[in-house]
Design a protein. Structure first.
Length: 206
């Protein structure tokens, strides 16, 4: 399930006839047998269903799933190159409060695009790739710092090294994995600042 805050749906030009450009939208991928129940639940909640169709296999035209995940960011950037994104993880227990705080502080500069998924324990997790408006590096870093301050995990895609992105583990398991499978640093060279090619490292310690 993917949630797009308005005006994100208006960015999806090829399917503009399927979405209400003035409202937030939710895309569901469910079993066909559940469709009638979902439609009824949506209408009971005050929503409307603009499109529902069974999956009939791959087509030459894009699927609705082609507008989710980071494809959403690309559609936004077609409308305004000033848009960029962050990779966020909300707390499933306090997500409403976190969203309220972010919208109060940043408004339309922080557009919510949330992918809801189950983790291995069966807990529904709100992972987010918000569409954010870039103005200055300081402003972007302020957004990242504020997210972390209110308990929102952020992996920053606007850095050159793995260590600065927010996903680097303190137990160095990623570095050790790099040494195990790519000791000469042939893959993605320069992306891990703490990595030293094994032959160079061995020469330094010899």
């Amino acid at each position: 399930m993917t949630v797009f805050e308005s005006p994100i749906p208006s960015f999806f030009a090829p399917i503009k006839q399927l979405v209400n450009a003035e409202a937030s939208s939710i895309f569901f991928l469910i079993a066909e047998a559940q469709c009638a129940e979902l439609v009824a639940a949506a209408r009971t909640a005050g929503g409307s269903v603009s499109f529902a169709e069974p999956y009939t296999g791959l087509k030459s035209a894009p699927l609705l799933s082609d507008y989710t995940w980071n494809h959403t960011t690309l559609w936004a950037m077609k409308v305004d190159p000033a848009y960029t994104y962050l990779q966020c993880g909300f707390n499933p227990d306090t997500v409403r409060e976190q969203i309220t705080l972010l919208k109060k502080k940043y408004g339309a500069d922080f557009l919510l695009h949330i992918e809801w998924m189950k983790n291995g324990a069966g807990v529904v997790i709100p992972g987010s790739i918000p569409v954010v408006r870039f103005t200055t590096p300081d402003r972007l870093n302020e957004m990242i710092d504020y997210c972390r301050e209110i308990g929102v995990f952020v992996a920053n895609p606007h850095v050159n090294h793995v260590e600065g992105g927010g996903r680097y583990r303190e137990d160095n398991v990623q570095l050790q994995t790099k040494y195990r499978y790519d000791p000469r640093g042939l893959m993605n060279p320069g992306k891990m600042a703490t990595f030293v090619r094994r032959e160079e490292n061995e020469a330094q310690t010899a």
